[in-house]
Each structure stands twice: as structure tokens, then as C-alpha cells.
Ligand binder design. Structure first.
Ligand code: 5GP
Length: 115
């Protein structure tokens, strides 16, 4: 677990609705959505940044992609969604507990998404 807002959400210290949960990760709606569908897939193991992942995390990282696909299917957006991982402050990362953004429901363009 990490000492971040996501660590506290996963531990239940901060109540939050999980729209998906399995042994290794949860998914929650982003508090400040940047698209009509904006969901965060968060591993229960608290890796700060993708760049901090280790060879031991290989199975977990694959699991997160599969979970993201499952969540997209669950939400009915599996035909058009984008996955984003911000790595580091310079890339816009604000919560240092690895997470995948699922963005969907808007107009997907090459480098950005317009709601
Ligand atoms: P980052 O910028 O680190 O890639 O993404 C962090 C995301 O977490 C942001 O999109 C932000 O809106 C979201 N976020 C921050 N605090 C909370 C919270 O307490 N609950 C939820 N559901 N999302 C949060």
C-alpha cells in the first residue's frame, strides 16, 4: 500500500465506490473527469511510477491491461477508449501510486481527447 490518496482509497480509509475490483486492482471514477468516461485502474500494490516497476511486477502490469479491457467492456466503451499513464511530475503525474486512466466517450483524436 502507498501513503497516497489511492493507498487510502484501497485500504478503505477514504470511502470510495469501486466500479471494479479483483485480487490485484480496483477501478474508480476519476473525481475530476476529463472525458465522459474517465476511470482510474489502480493496482493494490503501491508502485510510485511506471518507471519504478521491477521485473517482479511484470505479471501485475499485464494484469492491469487486462483489467482495463474488462472495465471498458463493463462500461460499454470497449470499441473506443484510450489508456494513459502519466509518469513523473513533468508528465502531469499528481498521485504517486501507479494508475491507468481509461478515457472514453468523447472524440478521440491523435494526441488528445475532446469531450
Ligand atoms: P495523475 O495526474 O497522477 O495521472 O492522475 C491522478 C488522477 O487522480 C487525476 O485525474 C485526479 O483527478 C484523480 N484524483 C485525485 N484525487 C482523487 C480522489 O480522491 N478520488 C478520485 N476518484 N480521483 C482522484
Amino acid at each position: 500500500m502507498s501513503d497516497t490518496i489511492f493507498g487510502k482509497i484501497i485500504s478503505g480509509d477514504i470511502p470510495s465506490e469501486f466500479i471494479y475490483e479483483d485480487e490485484h486492482c480496483i477501478a474508480i471514477n476519476d473525481i475530476s473527469p476529463q472525458a465522459p468516461v474517465h476511470v482510474l485502474v489502480i493496482p493494490k500494490r503501491g508502485i510510485a511510477r511506471l518507471a519504478d516497476a521491477q521485473p517482479d511486477d511484470q505479471v501485475l502490469l499485464g494484469h492491469l491491461l487486462l483489467a482495463a479491457g474488462n472495465v471498458a467492456r463493463q462500461l460499454g466503451v470497449d470499441n473506443a477508449f484510450r489508456l494513459v499513464i502519466n509518469n513523473g511530475e513533468g508528465a502531469g503525474q499528481t498521485v504517486f501510486h501507479l494508475h491507468l486512466h481509461i478515457l472514453a466517450g468523447g472524440t478521440l483524436t491523435e494526441g488528445r481527447m475532446a469531450g
